[in-house]
Design a protein around this ligand. Structure first.
Ligand code: FES
Ligand code: FES
Length: 169
């Protein structure tokens, strides 16, 4: 199969990589670029574990071909900053993850939610994260964490310098 070189801006860094036409972006990020926060879950768009920001919008990277991301900007939790964002801190403070498998996708989904709607009510939070599955927490601590940031008036997005939450690899 013919290989292609694609170039993406990943967490602020321009990265070029050789891919095959059927390579999935999730696999390329993890295996070729060493970015492990997007998780391999269902691999069919159902669980949200592989969520990333692609040109500022959340996508399920298991459903995107790598060649489709040529020229795009990608952000994963590793790229949110060198210190914790207010939202990441709120997840920690509220024990909003246990095994951590869902956390990167959940945090990116909540980041996008708070960018679109800085003061969501609980129903809007639940709706916003409804596509991200968590097998551990029962969701309430996650909703609490997002509500904390919403009420604080702080951005849920990038911290000053940001540090990655990198739970499971
Ligand atoms: S691994 Fe992509 S949605 Fe589940
Ligand atoms: S903390 Fe384990 S899946 Fe959410």
């Amino acid at each position: 199969m013919k290989k292609h070189e694609i170039t993406m801006k990943v967490n602020g860094e321009v990265r070029s990589v050789i891919v095959e036409p059927n390579d999935v972006l999730l696999d390329v990020l993890r295996e070729k670029l060493g970015i492990k926060s997007p998780k391999i879950g269902c691999e069919r768009g159902d669980c949200g574990a592989c969520t990333i920001l692609l040109n500022g919008r959340t996508v399920r990277s298991c459903l995107v071909l790598a060649i489709e991301a040529d020229g795009c900007e990608i952000v994963t939790v590793e790229g949110l900053g060198e210190t914790l964002t207010p939202l990441q801190q709120a997840f920690l403070d509220n024990n909003a993850f246990q095994c951590g498998f869902c956390a990167p996708g959940m945090i990116l989904t909540a980041t996008e939610l708070l960018q679109k709607n800085p003061t969501p009510d609980d129903d809007e939070i639940k709706e916003g994260i409804s596509g991200n599955l968590c097998r551990c927490t029962g969701y309430q601590p996650i909703v609490d964490a997002i509500r904390t940031v919403s009420r604080s008036g702080k951005s849920g997005g990038r911290g000053k310098s940001g540090r990655s939450g990198r739970p499971h690899e």
